[in-house]
Design a protein around this ligand. Structure first.
Ligand code: NZQ
Ligand code: ZN
Length: 381
């Protein structure tokens, strides 16, 4: 096990009817800006619940934080928040609204262009408090300090780190209105978050391994059931908590992390607008294939404990584990090959060019360079 320090300050409030708790979780003297996406909350009752809970608070609303939140939109939110002297942010939505609000929380206290904060690569330390009402289980943004911000003008998308939410409210009933595609992408995203922290160096922590495998097994078990009934409270609760637990630091203690699949996936989103979880379903099986030697021992453990692969030669077992992973993503209803999304050689060239220019070395061994990313993308064709 590697040395580590761990602290996660987010208060998690989960269950039916919990949005009403906003009334006493946010001090009554706060000037709140509530941030929203494109309007799904107006169709599923979430907006009314939030407004009812905050009826005695000062609130203004900022609408239109889009999927893969853009600096272009967030600049407007920062300006609006400054004009109204807000001192508390409440994000109501999926990962995009929460991520965007994290940048707003730093941008409100910054005099320059908030894109500088993203490009600096340094965690923002000066932020105003924020909290979240989560409507889409996937990113873990409700219980971590990360965000991913896009710039449409230049088709770029980068990670950014700010403060953790003070608290996040998770009512599984709000997920009942999710389209099937968003559920599939949310399950894929959750699955790959675990894999980025698990399919790395073998033998670092029995406990972290089993915790990670527990989330993967849960997803494998509930995914087909959710497909049959996405209005099952118990199933959606397990999905929601799995997504939060997958990326709140709890499975990352003392273990190395990969994130190459994510970084390649972000480029696919930046260049083609492909939904985040979907990019991962395409890239992860190819990453496993290209790095099968370095990741071999862990692939065998994963195959055995998650997919019950207990027979065959080492190479056969690895092959089967990769196939089960791709089959799982396809069972969600997602495509798993670039050509199925009409993405080809031009994109591969561009991603290799960008990675070489940036001199990146992703992965737990720092060996995923532009050239290796090209191999992964070619394998995903
Ligand atoms: O905008 P609205 O109208 O609200 O609709 C959204 C959006 O169109 C809709 N939706 C959300 N909740 C709904 C709902 N529709 C019906 N019923 C509900 N209850 O779903 C669509 C997608 O929402 P979005 O927030 O974009 O999805 P997600 O939560 O997957 O977030 C994706 C973003 O998070 C980043 C991704 O890169 C991407 O930009 N990530 C953030 C991470 C983090 N903060 O730690 C880690 C992840 O790896 C990821 O990179
Ligand atoms: Zn992700």
């Amino acid at each position: 096990m590697e040395n580590f320090s761990f602290q996660n300050p987010v208060k998690l409030i989960m269950g039916r009817g919990t949005i009403a708790q906003l009334a006493h979780e946010i001090p009554s003297n706060k000037r709140i800006m509530i941030t929203f996406g494109g309007g799904s909350v107006k169709n599923n009752g979430v907006y009314e619940q939030v407004k009812a809970a905050l009826k005695d608070h000062y609130t203004i609303e900022f609408w239109g934080i889009e999927s893969n939140p853009s600096i272009e939109t967030l600049r407007k939110a920062i300006e609006y928040g400054k004009e109204n002297k807000v001192d508390f942010l409440l994000a109501v939505g999926g990962g995009s609204v929460i991520d965007g609000t994290k940048l707003i929380s730093a941008g409100l206290l910054y005099d320059g262009d908030a894109w500088d904060l993203v490009l600096s690569g340094k965690p923002a330390t000066h932020t105003i408090p924020l909290a979240a009402v989560l409507t889409l289980p996937a990113t873990g943004s409700e219980m971590n300090a990360g965000a991913v911000i896009s710039r449409h003008e230049t088709k770029e998308k980068y990670p950014f780190y700010a403060g953790y939410p003070l608290f996040s409210i998770l009512d599984p009933e709000v997920t009942f209105s999710l389209p099937d595609y968003q559920i599939a992408c949310g399950i894929a995203d959750t699955f790959v978050h675990v894999m980025e922290q698990y399919l790395t160096t073998p033998g670092q922590s029995r406990l972290m391994d089993r915790w990670a495998e527990g989330i993967l097994q849960t997803l494998a078990e509930i995914a087909p059931k959710i497909k049959e009934n996405k209005h099952d409270y118990k199933l959606m609760s397990d999905f929601m908590l799995s997504a939060t637990m997958a990326l709140n630091g709890f499975i990352a203690m003392g273990v190395s992390q990969d994130w190459a699949t994510h970084m390649i996936g972000h480029e696919l989103t930046a260049l083609h607008g492909l939904t985040h979880g979907h990019t991962l379903a395409i890239i992860l099986p190819a990453t496993m294939q290209v790095l099968r030697e370095a990741k071999g021992d862990k692939l065998i453990q994963y195959g055995e404990r998650v997919w019950n692969i207990t027979t065959g030669t080492r190479e056969e077992r690895i092959e089967k584990a990769i196939r089960c992973t791709e089959d799982f993503f396809r069972s969600l209803g997602l495509t798993t090959r670039l050509h199925e999304e009409n993405i080809g050689e031009d994109t591969i060239n561009e991603i290799e060019r960008r990675f070489n220019e940036r001199g990146v070395k992703y992965g737990e061994n720092g060996d995923v360079t532009g050239t290796v990313a090209r191999k992964i993308l070619e394998t995903a064709l």
